[in-house]
Design a protein around this ligand. Structure first.
Ligand SMILES: C[S@@+](CC[C@H](N)C(=O)[O-])C[C@H]1O[C@@H](n2cnc3c(N)ncnc32)[C@H](O)[C@@H]1O
Length: 257
């Protein structure tokens, strides 16, 4: 494969993807060498139990978000062991959280997957079909900004609201490595001047949408933990905590009415 392929493991993945076609393997290796993320070069990536399509339309799924999905699943299983369940994944991107909930919880679960980006939703639609097949009816894709995308008649009925929103400040974007800055969508990464804008909107807007036993689960940056706790206090949540990711960093806000 030559030195351009990158690490040995990446080279092995690229060779596997090319399925014995040497020309294709060289083409993929050249794209990687030009700085494209491996996940775009391969065109798919794993997230928990799923193999999802990945391209420029949405954020490449991250390992931290697998922990967010894990905590969201645990909240639903512990608080609603009998189902049926109603959940929303706000800012679904490639659809990984919504598809994981539907796949891992089974047919008694209904998930609304929302995004403001039509491009992201088109990728999510492909991933719903790819990962859920006969049970695609479980996931409903809705375009719009945060709660505006949800059907009004479901207010007060959600057992779970989960989100991995954009949480970078605009000035942080310039410091990102080119592999992220030039390939992940800006609106998936940057929330605004402070970085807390989307988290603030979601925490403040969640209470009227949650059922009395519902949970809000939101991915945050570790340095935002204190601000996230303050937002929960201001929104009147009766319980809130921030749980760690696999590296022990404060990463997942969990709040209950
Ligand atoms: C960090 S990405 C997360 C994508 C996916 N959930 C994941 O974890 O890989 C944030 C997503 O929120 C979407 N988004 C940004 N602002 C939004 C808004 N006001 N309303 C709904 N979605 C929004 C972006 O388009 C993007 O798909």
């Amino acid at each position: 494969m030559g030195a351009a392929v990158g690490s040995g493991q990446e080279g092995r993945w690229i060779v596997e993807e090319a399925e014995g076609d040497e020309g294709r393997a060289r083409e993929l290796a050249a794209r990687r060498a030009r700085g494209e993320p491996l996940q775009h070069v391969l065109g798919h990536w794993s997230f928990r139990t799923l193999d999802v399509l990945t391209d420029r339309r949405a954020l490449v799924p991250r390992p931290e978000t697998e922990v967010v999905a894990e905590i969201a699943l645990a909240e639903l299983r512990r608080r609603h062991p009998a189902g049926p369940l109603l959940a929303a994944d706000l800012g679904t991107g490639s659809g990984v959280i919504a598809c994981s909930l539907a796949r891992e919880l089974g047919p008694g679960t209904r998930v609304f997957a929302t995004d403001r980006s039509a491009a992201a939703l088109s990728l999510a639609r492909q991933n719903v079909t790819r990962t859920l097949r006969q049970s695609t009816a479980q996931v409903t894709l809705c375009e719009g900004s945060w709660f505006e995308a949800l059907p009004g008649e479901l207010a007060g009925r959600f057992d779970l609201l989960v989100s991995n929103p954009p949480y970078l400040a605009s000035q942080e974007w310039h410091r990102l490595p080119p592999v992220v800055r030039e390939h992940d969508p800006y609106e998936a990464l940057v929330a605004g001047e402070s970085g807390l804008e989307a988290i603030g909107e979601i925490v403040a807007g969640a209470p009227p949408w949650l059922s009395p036993d519902g949970s809000l689960v939101v991915e945050i940056a570790p340095h935002q933990a204190d601000a996230a706790r303050a937002l929960c206090e201001a929104a009147g949540f009766g319980h809130h905590e921030v749980r760690p990711d696999l590296a022990g960093r404060e990463r997942v806000l969990v709040a209950r009415p």
